[in-house]
Design a protein. Structure first.
Lengths: 257, 255
């Protein structure tokens, strides 16, 4: 027994970095094999960016591109993140992972990193389509800033996704709630931004998670427009993320019976 | 001789319902220990507390000397487990699952080592199949491989043979017995008295969150075969562990 105990004590416990690397690789593979969710988040902004070409003279290339990318972000938080978390929780995937000698935070960080990769992929893909279809071209610095803005906006929607999966336990419930939130947020947000539903809706949309993300993206694409409105948009975006994620994490359960 | 698993005065409560009431037992080196009990007896709750997935209201669990609530990472590193609901990522391939869980336990496996391990459990042909495509028996075998991939001192098996055909069940028993031969300890829960009699060195019979008795299954039969509570349930002339179990826990069906 002493020998056995000694062997156990010297057993290698993997570092946080090693565990994160292994989980991230596995989660990325899983995401790749569930391409439908990624296609959903890609398809909507690409359709908008092609069909809104005629709006460029009115609101500018950055205006169109920023709205289109902002529409793709809620799909990542609501349609992809929250639903994969709800489904894996119901199947007991998290219970199995939690029983391994790893910090539980690394399980979620890996999932979030994968979704941020998807957000970056969606942002760059939308930009590439916009550059070919609409002739929108940005300098490298603005492309980098646009990616940073997409990550910040993406985090706030991941916070919203966490809120949904934290407050609703069943995967069917999460699926329904995500769709119910996504469509008004995405469609009203996109069309409301260009004033289609009147002034009041436009103001509400401006301060919604989608609106503040759009403001950040637009500022990143055209740095000369950065001002107080951008700062407010940044603070509000972070605020949404912190509040939603905070409630979602507090109410989250790793298993459903 | 020290125990690999020590459960002392464990009490588990869910809101107002007490699932486990002050149970104590230990699992010794090289021992297969069975936790038996009707549905709702508290077996899975006990296992969950040992795994550190739930925090007990009272009592302690030590795995190889490590307190599961204070030294969680060290305690978990020294045990392997097979959950009742086999729950791997559905879109990962079998070989990817083995590599992933080996990494989570600090074990680096080459591609050849993974293939060898899969060949040992007759899953080499399914190496590139996703977990969602495996049958129940294949998932159980994979789950057992994952439970032992880091060569732990203690292995927890939650109803490991549920849903398996007789051939697969026999194979699994052989694997569990091989673990004992290699010096590991096994704690398993089961509803199969045949299984408990066949492979367990000691069993604990639980009911209503309490342990009624702990002993060697054959000794239990010897001790209780003439007990009036057991005698009335003997069906084929000779007392079995199942007769003792029903005699001690009652014949009414639990939900």
């Amino acid at each position: 027994m002493e020998q056995s105990q000694q062997q156990s004590i010297v057993r290698t416990i993997p570092s946080y970095r090693e565990v994160l690397k292994a989980l991230f690789r596995a989660d990325l593979r899983t995401q790749y094999r569930q391409r439908r969710a990624v296609m959903m988040s890609l398809l909507v902004p690409i359709i908008f960016v092609i069909s809104w070409r005629s709006l460029i003279p009115a609101i500018g290339g950055a205006g169109v591109l920023s709205i289109c990318i902002a529409i793709g972000l809620p799909a990542i938080g609501l349609m992809s993140y929250s639903q994969t978390i709800a489904r894996d929780r119901e199947r007991g995937v998290f219970q199995r992972l939690r029983a391994a000698p790893i910090p539980t935070s690394v399980i979620m960080i890996s999932r979030i990193l994968v979704q941020l990769v998807v957000a970056l992929f969606m942002t760059l893909a939308t930009y590439i389509v916009a550059s070919f279809a609409d002739g929108i071209h940005l300098p490298l610095l603005n492309i980098i800033l646009m990616c940073v803005a997409a990550i910040i906006g993406g985090l706030s929607f991941l916070g919203l996704g966490q809120f949904v999966v934290g407050t609703i336990k069943s995967s069917e419930g999460v699926n329904a709630a995500a769709r119910l939130i996504y469509f008004p947020l995405g469609v009203v947000g996109a069309l409301g931004q260009i004033g289609l539903f009147g002034k009041i809706v436009q103001v509400i949309v401006t301060y919604s998670p989608l609106g503040t993300s759009k403001t950040l993206l637009a500022a990143a694409m055209n740095t000369s427009t950065i001002g107080m409105a951008t700062l407010w948009a940044l603070l509000i975006t972070i605020g949404y993320g912190v509040v939603f994620a905070g409630i979602g994490i507090k109410r989250f359960t790793w298993a459903v019976s | 001789m020290n125990s690999l698993l020590e459960v002392k005065d464990l009490t588990i409560q869910y809101d107002t319902k007490t699932a486990v009431q002050g149970i104590s037992f230990d699992v010794r080196p090289g021992e297969i220990f069975g936790l038996l009990g009707p549905n709702g007896a508290g077996k899975t709750s006990t296992l969950s507390a040992i795994e550190g997935l739930i925090t007990p209201k009272q009592g302690s669990v030590h795995v190889v000397g490590f307190d599961i609530n204070k030294d969680q990472v060290e305690a978990r590193a020294n045990m392997g487990l097979q959950l009742q609901v086999t729950s791997f990522q559905q879109d990962l391939q079998v070989q990817e699952i083995v590599t992933l869980y080996a990494s989570l336990y600090g074990v680096t496996l080459s591609e050849d080592e993974v293939r060898q391990k899969l060949a040992d459990i007759a899953l080499l042909d399914e190496a590139h199949a996703t977990a969602g495509k495996l049958s129940g028996g294949q998932l159980q075998r994979l789950s057992l491989l994952i439970a032992t991939v880091h060569n732990p001192a203690l292995v927890l098996l939650d109803e490991p043979t549920t849903g398996l055909d007789p051939q697969s069940r026999r194979k699994l028993w052989e694997r569990v017995e091989a673990m004992r031969e290699s010096g590991r300890s096994v704690l398993l829960t089961t509803h199969s008295m045949e299984e408990a009699s066949a492979i367990c060195d000691r069993v604990a019979i639980m009911d209503h969150g309490k342990i009624i008795i702990i002993d060697n299954p054959h000794k239990l039969v010897e001790t209780y075969k003439d007990d009036p509570r057991v005698k009335v349930h003997i069906r084929h002339g000779q007392a079995t562990l199942e007769d003792v179990f029903i005699g001690l826990t009652g014949e009414h069906i639990r939900i």
